[in-house]
Design a protein around this ligand. Structure first.
Ligand code: FES
Ligand code: FES
Length: 288
């Protein structure tokens, strides 16, 4: 609802309340006397101001804020409405699909996934996060000049169709690669570790196989992520839940976007994506 619509609704509600109070006053005078007096005086309805707080954080290496935001604001709305970063996708809005995942860089050097639809912006006060906009390399003009290895691999495997889930998958795969760089796994663990890392991400288009293959290929092709020999004990999956600041967003409506090329989420990046896909040879109607 827009501000003007909301304003109109509040005004209408006040008028209705006033009318109701007047009607009630005419039939039950003693019980409704205070309401009648209020309506007669035409006192404006008072709406308590929502509590707010200043929130600032580092996003993709840049200091953002402080912005004075409602205390109940979810991170995804902070990104979209205050930081101007619209690449993170709101899917279910209930913590289920993981389309909205961003990366939280922790003080100990590890990184974890965070669901921005159910985590309050205030939780990230003073913290460092990465969003889908922070993966590709850009020139001084902000134009994409090179995709990240994960983004590139998803293109090569044609892992997505509409792209709505892709920012979440890019972040999940990136967290996995960073974890494996700290603690390599045996090659025979790759299948299960990749499955576990992507397991919570929902894609309604591609059936997951191409995402899985792309990440598996990248893990096996990247030096230092795997080792020969016996099984080690892999770190736990890199997703986290905050101890506090978790709330449920009701921000419906974002599902209407189809967000093609959302993996890059800039116009320049989207153009690059289109060029790349168009240039790939096709097999059975699909890009190889
Ligand atoms: S988990 Fe579905 S939008 Fe956040
Ligand atoms: S490509 Fe995953 S939801 Fe469309």
């Amino acid at each position: 609802m827009s501000t003007s619509e909301m304003s109109t609704s509040v005004t209408s509600a006040a008028a209705a309340a006033s009318t109701t109070a007047s009607a009630a006053a005419s039939t039950t005078a003693s019980a409704t006397a205070p309401a009648t007096a209020t309506a007669t005086q035409g006192a404006a309805p008072t709406v308590a101001a929502a509590p707010s707080r200043a929130v600032s954080m580092t996003i993709n290496g840049q200091a953002v804020g402080p912005f004075q935001v409602p205390e109940t604001l979810m991170l995804i709305d902070y990104l979209h409405e205050y930081a101007g970063l619209t690449g993170s996708r709101l899917g279910c809005g209930q913590g289920i699909c993981h389309a909205c995942v961003v990366i939280l860089d922790q003080p100990d050097g590890t990184s974890v996934e965070m669901r921005s639809c159910i985590t309050g912006a205030a939780y990230f006060q003073g913290k460092k996060i990465r969003t889908i906009e922070g993966h590709a390399r850009r020139n001084a003009a902000g134009e994409v000049i090179a995709l990240s290895p994960v983004q590139q691999k998803f293109l090569e495997f044609y892992s997505f169709q509409c792209g709505y889930c892709t920012p979440g998958f890019v972040n999940a795969a990136t967290v996995l690669l960073e974890r494996l760089a700290r603690q390599p796994i045996a090659k025979d663990q790759v299948e299960s570790v990749v499955t576990q890392a992507l397991d919570s991400h929902i894609c309604r288009c591609t059936g997951y196989v191409r995402y899985h293959r792309a990440v598996r290929d990248l893990v096996l092709a990247t030096p230092g992520l795997t080792r020969d020999g016996g099984r080690g004990k892999p770190e736990k999956s890199g997703s986290a839940r905050p101890e506090s600041g978790t709330m449920t967003s009701t921000a419906g409506g974002a599902m209407i976007s189809t967000a093609g090329g959302a993996m890059i989420s800039t116009e320049g990046g989207a153009a690059k994506l289109t060029e790349h896909v168009a240039a790939k040879p096709k097999e059975n109607g699909h890009v190889k």
